[in-house]
Each structure stands twice: as structure tokens, then as C-alpha cells.
Write a protein that binds this ligand. Structure first.
Ligand SMILES: [Zn+2]
Ligand SMILES: [Zn+2]
Length: 172
């Protein structure tokens, strides 16, 4: 008799966040986020255009170009980046669709490290822990510093294999 492998809670909830991310219609980035309170799933969200508004699959991405600081080979350089600004980020949608009372003391699992705006909003949302999978280098330093000063547990899930076919190649 074989004993079935049982997923731990981190794996269980990150698997759900990965599945949720497949609902995204932005070809540039698929992000999923879930709200967990005491091992109970209280909300799911992904990045997307507001309801009733054409999304990236219908209207194309709304690409914004900007120069951003980046360390290339140990040297700080300004690099031109393209980002899609059509969508509401998964973390922000999660806040729009959950109640404050449900968020107090809760954990957010998200497939990508939150950007500065999302991290700032999460920091003021009642949640006490953020677990992410893929790093997002652009805002990493200031996000980590801010969440640290706020006392929010912020950690990357390591030694984790996402469910097959839920991960798309991300254009940085
Ligand atoms: Zn898009
Ligand atoms: Zn964001």
C-alpha cells in the first residue's frame, strides 16, 4: 500500500494561487492571489481589467514605456522597460473583493512579489503575512524595507514546484 503524498499548507495555497492566475487575460503577466485566514480560503483574485471593460485579450495590452534603475553587472543603469497598465493588479482586486474584517490577521499567497503600490496597500489592509513565488526585482528593496518596518512577515516560497501549465513566461 502506498501512502498518498500530502501537501503542506504553503504548497496547498500557492497551488491555488497558481490556478487562479490562469484566469488572467493579460499575455504579459499572469498573477494570482489568495486570502487565507486560519487555513481557510477567504478570497481569490487575478490581474485583469475592470469588469465590463475590454481586457488585454480583446483590446491588446496597454503598454507603457518607462526608464527604470537596474543593476547590470554591478553597475546601476537606466533601462527602458515596457509594462502593461491595463489591468488592476491581483493584490488590489483581492482587496476590492474581500472584507476588512476577514483580512485582519490573515495571510496573502501571491504568485509574484508585490509591486510597490500593491505592497503599500497590503500593508494597510489588515494582513500580517505575504508569501510569494516569483521575485519582482524592480521594487524589491523598498517593498522589503517597508513591510519589514511594518512588521509584516514577507517570505518567498522556496523548493516549490508550481502545478504544470500554470506558469507562463514572464516578460520582465
Ligand atoms: Zn496586458
Ligand atoms: Zn502590484
Amino acid at each position: 500500500m502506498t501512502v498518498a503524498y500530502r501537501k503542506n499548507w504553503d504548497t496547498y495555497f500557492m497551488d491555488i494561487a497558481c490556478m487562479v492566475s490562469t484566469r488572467s487575460r493579460c499575455p504579459r503577466r499572469h498573477v494570482g492571489a489568495v486570502l487565507v485566514q486560519g487555513k481557510k480560503l477567504l478570497g481569490t483574485a487575478y490581474n485583469g481589467a475592470p469588469m465590463g471593460v475590454p481586457d488585454c485579450s480583446e483590446a491588446g495590452c496597454m503598454v507603457s514605456e518607462q526608464y527604470e534603475r537596474e543593476i547590470v553587472g554591478g553597475v546601476e543603469t537606466m533601462v527602458k522597460k515596457q509594462r502593461c497598465i491595463r489591468t488592476i493588479h491581483a493584490e488590489q482586486n483581492l482587496l476590492l473583493f474581500t472584507d476588512r474584517s476577514d483580512r485582519e490577521g490573515s495571510t496573502v499567497y501571491v504568485t509574484d512579489e508585490p509591486c510597490w503600490t500593491c505592497a503599500n496597500m497590503l500593508a494597510n489592509s489588515g494582513i500580517v503575512e505575504i508569501v510569494y513565488l516569483r521575485p519582482y526585482r524592480k521594487d524589491m528593496e523598498k517593498v522589503e524595507a517597508m513591510l519589514g518596518s511594518k512588521g509584516i512577515v514577507f517570505r518567498q516560497l522556496e523548493n516549490y514546484e508550481p502545478p504544470k501549465e500554470t506558469m507562463i513566461t514572464v516578460s520582465e
